[in-house]
Design a protein around this ligand. Structure first.
Ligand SMILES: [Zn+2]
Length: 364
């Protein structure tokens, strides 16, 4: 499941691609036909994320360019609320010169949000081949051919330069401004948002006997933290994940929040989660098993391990200047491998339905 930084990147991408444009909204699959009909032709006036929720604000169709007229979201704005859940993904395609399609997303056609936390071993890429892209050869712009919907596309958003398809979401609905406020009221503070309220987080953690490891995955306590940020933030804070929240000093909880702000904003800026300090990146390339590869004694080639060992896939995989996936984390998916700081084998245990990874020597 994508963590909050990915959803914030999506929000920025939609703002950059579509802001102010009247969008053609459809549901190729048909399951969202009524909602699509309500939004079709309206202009995108806002694009926001709160935790793992994405909110796209649609104003009336009859205003001219909101960027020019200053029209922003208001009480008459309709919101498309989506949540990717475990299997959802947005796929983008568009003109090569469309902003974001060519830049932050990395390719003219790319999926965001697909099973970011775990994936089977083996070489893989989130970048899909460029299928339909025709350049006019002029500098004034490029033509492109809209791809056919692939798979069960719940909603398709077509703007001036690009198309975005949503498949497999957990949630996809049109809500009013009032209903959006109600959804947000049920969510904890989001460390990536400027309005993220540290004191609300400290209070929520401090009034519960639930373990802090469980609390960090509770979207009502803190929004946007997933399994990777949970494990990594607790390691960096030196906190035992099995400690009840109310036993933690408030200063420690504040420090966890501050670290989440740093880590998650960095993730939103760069598109990948990296929590290791450069000096702690030993045990990385030395461990082939950790990379998901073992030598094939017959051919001498490295083949993916098939024993269930998984690797973490991120959107920057393959980028030459990115921190390699096997060096990006302290404990996540490193069970059985030596702790980067003390060398003790990293532990794993199921907590709140997800595997929790930690070092019981460093986290006391
Ligand atoms: Zn350790």
């Amino acid at each position: 499941m994508p963590e909050g930084h990915t959803v914030h990147r999506l929000a920025r991408t939609f703002a950059s691609l579509y802001s102010g444009q009247a969008l053609r909204v459809s549901s190729p699959q048909g399951r969202f036909a009524d909602g699509a009909a309500v939004l079709d032709g309206r202009r995108l006036v806002a694009s926001e994320a709160w935790g793992k929720q994405l909110f796209l604000g649609f104003g009336p169709a009859d205003v001219s360019d909101p960027q020019v007229t200053g029209v922003t979201s208001g009480s008459d704005t309709l919101w498309l609320r989506t949540h990717l859940g475990l299997y959802g993904a947005w796929t983008f395609a568009g003109a090569p010169d469309a902003p974001e399609v060519a830049h932050a997303i990395g390719a003219p056609r790319r999926r965001i949000g697909e099973r970011e936390t775990t994936a089977p071993t083996g070489p893989s890429s989130l970048v899909e081949p460029v299928e339909t892209q025709v350049s006019t050869g002029s500098t004034s712009g490029a033509e492109w051919i809209m791809p056919d919907p692939r798979g069960q596309v719940r909603v398709r958003l077509l703007g001036d330069h690009a198309v975005a398809d949503l498949t497999g979401p957990t949630a996809c609905e049109v809500i009013t401004a009032e209903e959006k406020t109600a959804v947000e009221a049920r969510l904890g503070p989001d460390p990536i948002r400027d309005d993220g309220d540290v004191e609300a987080f400290v209070a929520a953690v401090g009034r519960s006997r639930v373990t802090v490891g469980q609390q960090l995955l509770d979207q009502a306590v803190v929004a946007g933290v997933g399994n990777i940020y949970r494990a990594e933030a607790l390691f960096r804070a030196g906190v035992d994940p099995l400690r009840p929240g109310r036993d933690l000093p408030a200063a420690t909880v504040r420090a966890i929040w501050d670290d989440l702000v740093t880590l998650m904003r960095d993730g939103a800026a760069h598109g990948a989660i990296v929590t290791t300090r450069p000096s702690d990146r030993r045990y990385g390339s030395a461990t082939r098993r950790e990379r998901g590869y073992v030598p094939d004694l017959g051919s001498g080639e490295h083949k993916p391990v098939l024993d269930g060992r998984r690797r973490t896939r991120q959107n920057t995989d393959g980028a030459p200047d990115a921190v390699p996936a096997d060096q990006a984390f302290y404990v996540y998916h490193r069970d059985g491998l030596p702790c980067r700081v003390c060398g003790t084998p990293v532990l794993v245990k199921e907590l709140a339905g997800r595997n929790l990874f930690w070092c019981d020597a460093c986290q006391t």
